[in-house]
Design a protein around this ligand. Structure first.
Ligand code: NAD
Length: 375
């Protein structure tokens, strides 16, 4: 049988790549499933839930050594990679476009690397495998709740005997999957919401949620319907025009990403300095590569001298770990089903989905996107 393993993730990562529900389905389809002891702990998926679903709960080394495919949320550490054998497959968010050394190491070990970041997202067959979308959706929801929690006023309009409270004004910068979910969630909490994106095509989606769509004189759609990186002149123009919108809002949730690049800076230091006291910035794009908000610090909250909070929220999906893991696991299951033919793993490198998902195969870096990132 094909053996699928899920490991306990690094500290700070609360998600797990397989859920008991998906394990049950895999076992029913005659896969063998190994779960590292305590792998689901932070999502409150106990070992017993996995054994009930038909998995074997094992120690870390067994889960690594016996696996045909190891499903992980994030890039695993050296303790895992050093144990991998030629012909094994790693499936997860492997950061192949930003951590090229990691990809080279897997290729050298002849480990096949399937990186969700490389999934061709507009191919309809790939939608059930789309981890970037499923996790962005969770992140957008959780970011909206975090904003409501950290802001010092009600989100909805409140009419009470003690007076009337005005609704909070929320601005969402970047209205892709995460941004739209943040809009929907803040709307449901009663805020007055507007959204902005560099892709004019997102207007309809924002307006269908009952929010106002804002535009600047800069617009840009690149490959595959994604935003492209802006020129320095376009960036400056965009930042200038956004400054006015930012100053008028109470809560700013930023989600802008350009695949494989440093996230664009949308909120400059000047915009932060001119924000109203009490303004909450939630920067979903924040990572070690930087974020959308000047001064945002990965995994940290910065309180500015004029009383704004900048919350780096790059790990929002991990903060709703059970829902995020459920969806992630479904995406994993879809990939596994897709590469199984008559009870064997078959990686068709010419396939428009599988071929793209593979960063490395049989010792070669076969992804053209990874190869061009290396230049
Ligand atoms: P993302 O996470 O890569 O980026 C988030 C948003 O930031 C995007 O909407 C992007 O346009 C925006 N952005 C980038 N640079 C910006 C800038 N300088 N200023 C303002 N906004 C900026 O994107 P995503 O959420 O993964 O989705 C991107 C696109 O892909 C969307 O059109 C989405 O609907 C589409 N998508 C399609 C499918 C599908 O067809 N199956 C699946 C998922 C996503």
């Amino acid at each position: 049988a094909i053996t699928i393993s899920a490991l306990k993730e690094a500290p700070g990562e609360n998600r797990v790549a397989l859920s008991p529900d998906v394990v049950r389905k895999l076992v029913k389809s005659e896969y063998q499933v190994l779960i590292e002891k305590d792998a689901g702990q932070h999502a409150f998926y106990q070992d017993s839930a996995y054994t009930d679903a038909g998995a074997q709960v094992v120690d870390r080394n067994t889960a690594i050594e016996k696996a045909s495919i190891i499903a992980t949320i994030d890039q695993p550490g050296a303790d895992v990679v050093d144990h991998l054998q030629a012909g094994q497959t790693l499936l997860g968010l492997l950061a192949p476009l930003t951590d090229l050394e990691f990809v080279k190491k897997l290729a050298a070990k002849k480990v096949n690397a399937m990186a969700f970041e490389l999934l061709p997202r507009t191919v309809s067959r790939a939608q059930t495998m789309d981890v970037l979308s499923s996790q962005a959706s969770v992140a957008g929801y959780k970011a909206a709740l975090l904003a409501a929690d950290k802001f010092t006023r009600y989100f909805p309009m409140m009419i009470t005997a003690a007076g009337t409270a005005k609704p909070t004004k929320v601005l969402v910068l970047g209205t892709g999957v995460a941004g739209l979910q943040a809009i929907g969630t803040t709307k449901r909490l009663g805020a007055m919401v507007s959204g902005y994106d560099i892709r004019p095509a997102s207007r309809g989606e924002v307006e269908s949620l009952g929010a106002t769509f804002l535009t600047t004189s800069v617009s840009a759609t690149g490959e595959g319907g994604y935003a492209r990186a802006l020129t320095p002149e376009e960036t400056a123009q965009q930042q200038k025009e956004l400054a006015g919108f930012i100053a008028e809002n109470d809560v700013i949730i930023t989600t802008a990403q350009v695949p494989g690049r440093r996230p664009p800076l949308l909120v400059t230091q000047d915009s932060v300095d001119q924000a109203k006291p009490g303004t909450v910035f939630i920067d979903l794009a924040a990572s070690d590569l930087g974020g959308n908000v000047a001064g945002s610090k990965a995994d940290d909250t910065v309180v500015t001298p004029n009383g704004a909070q900048i919350i780096a929220a790059g790990d929002m999906a991990s903060q709703l770990p059970a829902s995020a893991s459920d969806m992630f696991a479904k995406n994993v299951q879809a990939v596994i089903n897709d590469v199984t033919k008559d009870g064997e793993l078959v990686f068709d490198v010419d396939d428009e989905v599988v071929g793209e998902l593979l960063a490395t195969y049989q010792g070669e870096i076969i992804s053209s996107r990874v190869r061009s990132a290396m230049k």
